[in-house]
Write a protein that binds this ligand. Sequence first.
Ligand code: AMP
Length: 285
Amino acid sequence: MAAITRFSKPSVISHVRRCLYSSSAVAAESNQHAPSPFGDYTITRRNPSERNVQWVFLGSPGVGKGTYASRLSNLLGVPHIATGDLVREELASSGPIAKQLTEIVNQGKLVSDEIIIRLLSKRLKAGEAKGESGFILDGFPRTINQAEILKGVTDIDLVVNLRLPESVLIEKCLGRRICGQCGKNFNVASINVKGQNGCPGISMAPLLPPSSCMSKLVTRSDDTEEVVKERLRIYNDKSQPLEDYYRNQGKLMEFNLPGGIPESWPKLLEALNLDEFDERQSVAA
Ligand code: AMP
């Protein structure tokens, strides 16, 4: 597991930088002459001491990568970049590849590496131009090939692997709702899975929207039972090998979600040694 030690100073960013500096610097050195598959969109490889955290969230569809990555991005002041969101923006734009993408996404299949890398590198470049530094990636990489491509252009400091039992994942995906106006995610599922075979039970209260969003809720077109099962199958086949890939690099942090946000968020902060930092932020707010 990637080692992150407890904070004693106010700046979480500088702490994380110090913790991660040596291994990432070595990686930067070994990769600096590699040609870039990001082509014209090559991102600038920065020394970790000059940038914010570069983290990846792994986990099956519906596990909550977006929820926790977005909360951490607010806490750490780094952008949360979800390739699924980039794909959906492209679909909504009705651009030249929108029709092709709609079919792929609605079947639960993966978009080609070429398209996904084009979307991601464009987003990273735009962020860099606005002065963004660091990122929390959600939904990328999804294959070993994507991970290798990413490694060729920048350094990943930490990979958080979120885990939930498969029966919970399906219920969560089917209960997911998005506000068509503000874009926030909610969940109408009330989950109560009994513990068995030594595994603890899991309860998750629904995450209901405020009344202003209630009449605008939409369901993602790929959150049907058939497509969710296909997405889970593809995740297990193509994305699960990434766990070993990052574990072997000493970058993987496994996190079994103990329940919904109220139970899981404090525990995740604790696992990342960010709990004291979060308390300071709350007091300062
Ligand atoms: P998500 O919101 O992460 O579940 O992504 C929604 C859909 O976008 C996926 O089912 C894929 O079709 C596509 N997608 C998102 N990220 C990737 C990726 N890294 N590689 C290939 N396809 C992706």
